[in-house]
Design a protein around this ligand. Structure first.
Ligand SMILES: Nc1ncnc2c1ncn2[C@@H]1O[C@H](COP(=O)(O)OP(=O)(O)OP(=O)(O)O)[C@@H](O)[C@H]1O
Ligand SMILES: [Mg+2]
Length: 403
């Protein structure tokens, strides 16, 4: 970057302005103070600087950027569009008076373009207009589906089993609209567990966030039933891919506008980086087995969750309880060793697990009344109970046909 790196906090802000000159900056500071957005949310820099700095963090709800002096304003906006979350409202300032440019910017999703020098009145009016757009389409924000990240403390403890079962129960028993995402593109088992063919294009979308829109979702998701949609892949092991974390953010934002709940089966390698980007309302479900190693890693994971996403609800689940008589920790020992409380225990039930696997159905569906299903049901209700403040009216927007 040509100037000192912009120092932006990584928590999601309600407002950020990045402007190129002192006069505009002073004006923005006044507005920021008046609205209680914090004067430190006004920075000096170009639109390109803003795009670069924002690539690493959640983008603010309102973003003012300055295109003056830019050699290629459209390219700058394009770079910003790639990193901006779906609900960030962008107001651009600039010194080029050109109706073509204005139209292009609007087409790219910029809310307003103000010609410099701007007055404080114009700026306030533009911000108010952006606000009105927000209240005119309340479903974009108030209908914000809950994110549920399920992560195994260790391999094979049953994280995917938990994800599939709670997703199925929330969709079929609780009437919620659920999206289930298998982030393990190579070895994921969710599609298999539900006897479905993964859709196409998930990997490409994770490499290229600009591909993520309604059409992509329609193509890539497979429908298990009216309320349950699955996003998974079965990538060949020879294909390497570079996962763009921004793409996942964008994907989740898009899905949350349409679903009551988005459940992610999160592989452990991705947990460290992804958990920190969970935007509320969110839950993290940590699944472990009752072993010493599981206890240690549950402690480490829950510590991470509490530090990096203190706003998320945390549930600790021990699965496969009663598997081995010796060498298994009691729940009490697990709790005191890991210094936490266990929220749910799921019994080891190899009969139901094998039955479900063989049938390509969840335990929730095929062994409904077993203790294993009942424990999973308790967890699913616990997670969806936290949803109540979000889902008041079932105003489900049809996913398909949204562009
Ligand atoms: N409570 C249970 N009782 C018996 N078997 C179980 C139970 N929970 C899960 N299993 C079985 O354990 C195996 C591993 O489960 P699963 O794939 O859900 O684990 P995972 O944590 O997702 O593993 P990975 O780390 O490979 O992603 C599966 O065969 C599953 O059917
Ligand atoms: Mg798994």
């Amino acid at each position: 970057m040509s100037m000192p790196a912009l120092n932006i906090s990584s928590a999601r802000a309600s407002f950020l302005a990045v402007v190129t000159d002192d006069v505009t900056r002073a004006m923005m500071v006044g507005i920021a103070i008046n609205n209680d957005w914090g004067e430190d949310q006004v920075l000096e820099g170009t639109a390109a600087d803003a795009a670069e700095a924002l690539a690493e963090i959640p983008t603010p709800e309102r973003l003012v950027i300055d295109l003056s002096g830019s050699a290629d304003p459209l390219a700058d906006i394009d770079a910003l569009a790639k990193v901006c979350m779906a609900d960030t409202r962008v107001i651009a300032l600039g010194d080029i008076n050109d109706v073509q440019l204005f139209r292009h910017l609007m087409d790219m999703g910029v809310q307003d373009y103000l010609l410099k020098p701007v007055s404080a009145e114009d700026l306030k009016a533009a911000l108010n207009r952006a606000e009105e757009i927000e209240t005119a389409t309340p479903d974009d924000n108030s209908q914000h589906g809950r994110l549920v990240a399920v992560v195994g403390a260790r391999g094979g403890v049953g994280a995917s089993t938990v994800s599939a079962n709670i997703a199925w129960m929330m969709a079929h028993e609780q009437g919620l609209r659920v999206a289930l995402i298998d982030l393990d593109l190579y070895f994921g088992t969710l599609a298999l567990a539900l006897d479905m063919e993964p859709g196409l294009g998930f990997r490409e979308a994770l490499e290229n966030p600009s591909r993520i829109d309604g059409l992509f979702i329609e193509r890539a998701m497979v429908r298990e039933s009216e309320n349950l949609y699955i996003l998974a892949a079965e990538e060949g092991l020879e294909n390497s891919f570079s996962f763009d974390p921004k793409a996942l953010d964008r994907l989740l934002e898009t899905l949350r506008a349409d679903f009551d709940c988005v459940i992610i089966d999160l592989p452990r390698f991705a947990a460290r980086s992804q958990i920190s980007t969970l935007i509320p309302p969110a839950s993290v479900v940590v699944v472990s087995d009752p072993t010493l190693a599981g206890m240690r890693d549950t402690q480490r994971l829950t510590k991470l969750v509490k530090t990096v996403t203190p706003g998320s609800d945390l549930s600790v689940v021990i699965n496969r309880v009663g598997n081995s008589k010796n060498g298994e920790l009691t729940v009490k020992d697990f709790e005191s060793g890991a210094e936490l409380s266990v929220d749910h225990q799921i019994p080891f039930d190899v009969k139901s697990a094998i039955l479900a696997e063989g049938a390509g159905k969840t335990v929730a569906e095929i062994a409904k009344t077993t203790k294993m299903a009942q424990s999973l049901r308790g967890l699913s209700r616990d997670v969806s109970g936290r949803l109540e403040d979000v889902v008041q009216v079932p105003m489900w927007k049809r996913l398909m046909g949204r562009g």
